[in-house]
Design a protein around this ligand. Structure first.
Ligand code: UT7
Length: 333
């Protein structure tokens, strides 16, 4: 029996930063940002850390679905902006939410973090190790962004998506299939150079701005277009699904042009593609659960829908997951 999502929620900070904010002090324009990325605005968390994005999303989840947090036995946080290198953000979230009888850990897979964590959470449930997993995809990207670098400052935002993972009540619904990859050869194109054991923090690393996101955009773009489309088509083909059988593609939201290329290769009409990059930018591990949560809360996802989640990010990490949605419109299976 597969595991499945049984509740979903998200949180975005209230501070909206539109493209005109950057036009005031960077050599950039609203036209360039929209044409090259599709982003119009993003949200910045002014105070607090990644756990402060997760906690309100989790509290909303508990309230909306009448979940007793005491019943949750595992917390998984996908993030590249943990509150600290250690302790893990899962422990910070546990403490802030006052949860008991729970263990947990963080997963670092950048923009594919939610996909990797979803597969892990479902495997824990399917093996009987966990019964209820609080799965969080969250990043405070502003904590590692150089706001004076036009090549990266305009791309990212802060946000969190959380969901509950439990055993499905139907063998044909839940997480049906996954294709997940890593290739460390891509590490040179997208990384946080310093701050780890390879290059610990020093005056020099701070002076050289090596704690901020470094990205060779063009090389990441080329790899992302191919990687995301390849796995999305592969997961359709090996599950004998045509474009008509797919209700939605939920792509990682890094660039509208990457999303369109993936949807085109899958033969999907635009209305079958979840896109909110124009409002929130790239929130890294949070983009996919935020999309799912938004569309579900608007009543646009039905029980039985085939949904392909697809992402590409630093590592390189990439992959696709086929979900058959197992919640009705009132939220609970
Ligand atoms: O989420 C994790 C994975 N990340 C991704 O998937 C991101 C993949 N990459 C991309 O989305 C795109 O490469 C970017 C949006 C980052 C950049 O778009 P691009 O079309 O690849 O632009 P480019 O890097 O080739 O730069 C073209 C020009 C350059 O100027 P010159 O050398 O042609 O004079 C840049 O300096 O655009 C310039 N540029 C900008 N101009 C105005 C770069 N950033 C900006 C900016 N405003 N914000």
């Amino acid at each position: 029996m597969p595991a499945t999502i049984t509740a979903i929620s998200h949180f975005l900070p209230s501070d909206i930063i539109d493209n005109s904010y950057f036009e005031k002090y960077l050599d950039t324009s609203d036209e360039w940002i929209i044409a090259r990325t599709g982003i119009k605005e993003r949200r910045f968390l002014k105070e607090g850390a990644t756990s402060d994005l997760i906690v309100p999303a989790a509290q909303k989840l508990f309230k909306d679905y009448n979940i007793n947090p005491e019943e949750i036995d595992t917390i998984i946080v996908a993030t590249v902006t943990p509150d600290h290198m250690f302790p893990n953000t899962a422990a910070v979230v546990q403490h802030k939410l006052g949860m008991k009888n729970v263990w947990g850990f963080d997963i670092s897979a950048a923009c594919s973090g939610f996909l990797f964590a979803l597969r892990t959470a479902c495997s824990l449930v399917e093996s009987g190790t966990s019964k209820k997993v609080l799965l969080c995809g969250a990043d405070k990207m502003t904590s590692i962004m150089d706001l004076n670098d036009r090549a990266t400052a305009v791309l990212f935002g802060d946000g969190a998506g959380v969901c509950l993972i439990e055993m499905s009540d139907d063998p044909n619904m839940g997480l049906i299939d996954h294709i997940l990859h890593i290739d460390g050869d891509g590490g040179r194109y997208l990384k946080q150079i310093a701050g780890g054991s390879f290059k610990p923090a020093s005056h020099e690393t701070v002076d050289n701005k090596e704690h901020y996101i470094f990205q060779d955009g063009q090389n990441v773009f080329k790899a992302a277009v191919k990687g995301m489309a390849d796995v999305s088509v592969e997961i359709m083909e090996r599950n004998n699904l045509t474009h008509e059988d797919i209700a939605y593609l939920v792509p990682h939201q890094a660039n509208l042009r990457i999303i369109s290329a993936t949807a085109d290769r899958m033969g999907l009409n635009p209305e079958k593609v979840m896109i909110n990059i124009q409002k929130f930018g790239n929130t890294t591990a949070a983009t996919i659960p935020i999309c799912l949560s938004e569309w579900y809360s608007q009543g646009k996802i039905k029980k039985g829908d085939n949904i392909v989640l697809s992402g590409f990010g630093a590592g390189f990490t990439w992959g696709a997951i086929l979900l058959r949605w197992n919640m009705n419109q009132r939220g609970l299976i």
